[in-house]
Design a protein around this ligand. Structure first.
Ligand code: UT7
Length: 330
């Protein structure tokens, strides 16, 4: 089958209505709006009503993508859901989402890449288009981080939010689409950011609950350093090997974990701040959803147009990281 370039032909997102502001958090833990704003750049985050699963957010983002492109759900060949907060251990959230949107001709699977999950999924989806094997791949990045956050732990509960973003990938007609990608991981970074309980290593028990093992644990300071270094390195590598400089980019779309990480990366790359996608102030860190939500907003407000060159960059638990160079448009 012929090799063809894969591109994003539609993008959308969904965030829950419920807002949790820094002021709200002041009443829950020993923190304050000023610390959160200065140390993270986050003002508020969206939080689901209790019991709303990741598939519901992902399905709504997916429906919006299909409607934007005028595609029926049964035309989708493959669904990839990047998430660390699946509805259940199994079946996959991709299967649940398939049923919710009625994508009866698709197959699907979940992909666990934490904050790099969407980029892992985008590169994976692109392979199925490029090989000519599939014509419509739905890639979803969705997380209900509030389901695995300890709202008594000020070091983590201020950082995360819930949300979903989705894209449709199809074969590009012209020269748009995925130009290049670099994905990486380093398992020695595992102990810096993880959720120990609930898997086969520590199956759920009264003890795992008692020891708060079903929550996110993070060594924030270390992750911060690795994240800045990792995002700079992957950005420089992918630009260099494609003969590009940061000034060739219309938009730099970094994972939204901390405004200081975004700024440090952008400054090292000498990027014009106007060309850096930022929405961490409104949505916080939605893990697999941050990058597609940024793309969705940039597409809707006209920041990115047909033919613009974008660099999507992530860093997260694993450690995992990625960079995808993309020429926007069908
Ligand atoms: O997306 C996945 C990847 N994750 C990341 O990229 C996160 C990377 N790390 C970070 O974003 C930052 O490290 C944090 C925002 C998590 C923390 O910021 P920091 O500047 O590294 O603070 P710190 O952990 O060094 O803590 C500084 C102080 C500590 O107090 P002492 O020991 O100096 O007295 C903390 O106890 O700030 C305290 N602190 C808080 N104070 C008020 C920690 N959390 C809070 C809080 N409110 N919410």
């Amino acid at each position: 089958m012929p090799e063809q370039s894969a591109t994003i032909t539609a993008v959308s997102h969904y965030v829950p209505e419920g807002r949790l502001t820094n002021r709200d958090l002041e009443k829950m833990v020993d923190t304050d709006d000023r610390w959160i704003m200065e140390r993270t750049g986050i003002r508020e985050r969206r939080i689901v009503e209790q019991g709303t699963p990741t598939s519901s957010l992902g399905a709504e983002a997916a429906r919006r993508v299909l409607s934007e492109r005028g595609v029926e759900a049964d035309e989708i060949d493959l669904i990839i859901v990047a998430t660390v907060t699946p509805d259940m251990m199994f079946p996959s959230t991709a299967c649940v989402l398939q049923e919710k949107i009625g994508a009866s001709n698709a197959w699907g699977f979940d992909l666990s890449g934490a904050c790099s999950g969407f980029l892992y999924a985008l590169a994976t989806g692109a392979q199925f288009i490029q090989s000519g094997r599939h014509s419509k791949v739905l890639v979803v990045g969705a997380d209900v981080m509030s389901s695995i956050i300890d709202f008594e732990d000020r070091a983590t509960c201020v950082l995360f939010g819930d949300g979903a973003g989705a894209v449709l990938m199809e074969a590009a007609k012209g020269s748009n689409g995925v130009v290049d990608w670099i994905l990486g991981s380093d398992g020695s970074g595992g102990p810096y950011l993880y959720m120990p309980g609930g898997g086969s290593l520590h199956p759920p028990s009264a003890e795992t609950v008692e020891r708060k093992m079903h929550y996110v644990h993070q060594n924030g300071r270390s992750v911060f350093k690795f994240a800045v270094r990792g995002m700079i390195e992957v950005s420089e590598s992918i630009l260099q090997r494609n003969g590009l400089t940061p000034s060739d980019l219309k938009l730099f779309v970094p994972h939204q974990a901390n405004m200081r990480i975004i700024k440090a990366t952008a400054e090292k790359l000498r990027l014009d701040p106007a060309r850096v996608a930022v929405n961490i102030d409104r949505f916080a860190n939605t893990t697999a959803a941050t990058i597609p939500i940024c793309l969705s907003e940039a597409s809707t407000d006209g920041t990115i147009e047909e033919g613009d060159l974008l660099l999507l960059v992530s860093f997260g638990a694993g450690f995992t990281w990625g960079g995808i160079l993309l020429r926007w448009g069908c």
